[in-house]
Design a protein around this ligand. Structure first.
Ligand SMILES: [Zn+2]
Length: 180
């Protein structure tokens, strides 16, 4: 496995709509493994293909319940109950925002073994899914946030102590932002 370089905003690839993966093969599984390693190394809770410069529909997520490697993830149902919470993003270091999202979503995705799986997600997990699938569509949390603010490393450290974090940018249930 290898650590990949995380693309930072502004970058064209972060604004691209990622292409679906047609065939799940060893190369795709290897990219997902590298993305997972990269996410953990950056202390994120999620990472999308665009964020490592690969505009394919690939996502890794771990909100504390184990690693998920997802291919062509799609939201198939939204709760319609909107909740606002803090998010950050590994591609937008130093910034956080308050972002309205559906409290719960149902997602369908292909797994590395080629099988299709459905997930019922709530709270942080649901938020991370929405944040990551937005990345695949070229959308950043900045586009959806009701407010955006700069955070100093000290602020971020204090936040981490009090709670926890999100994927590539999302955050925790209680209240600290995670980065996805
Ligand atoms: Zn992000």
């Amino acid at each position: 496995m290898a650590i990949m370089e995380i693309v930072k905003h502004p970058s064209d690839v972060l604004r691209q709509k990622a292409e679906p993966v047609r065939k799940v093969n060893a190369a795709i599984r290897r990219i997902l493994d590298d993305m997972a390693e990269t996410m953990y190394e950056a202390h994120g809770v999620g990472l999308a293909g665009n964020q490592v410069g690969i505009a394919r529909r690939l996502v890794v997520i771990d909100v504390g319940d184990g690693l998920l490697k997802l291919i062509n993830p799609e939201i198939v149902r939204r709760s319609g109950e909107i909740v606002e919470d803090t998010e950050g993003c590994l591609s937008i270091p130093g910034w956080q925002g308050e972002v309205p999202r559906d409290k719960a979503v149902q997602m369908r995705a292909t797994l590395p073994n080629g099988r299709t799986a459905w997930f019922d997600a709530e709270d942080l997990f649901a938020r991370a899914i929405q944040h990551e699938i937005d990345h695949l569509d070229g959308v950043l949390f900045l586009d959806r946030a009701s407010s955006v603010y700069e955070v100093t490393p000290a602020d971020a450290a204090a936040g981490e102590e009090s709670q926890e974090t999100e994927a590539d940018g999302a955050q925790t249930a209680a209240s600290t932002p995670g980065e996805s």
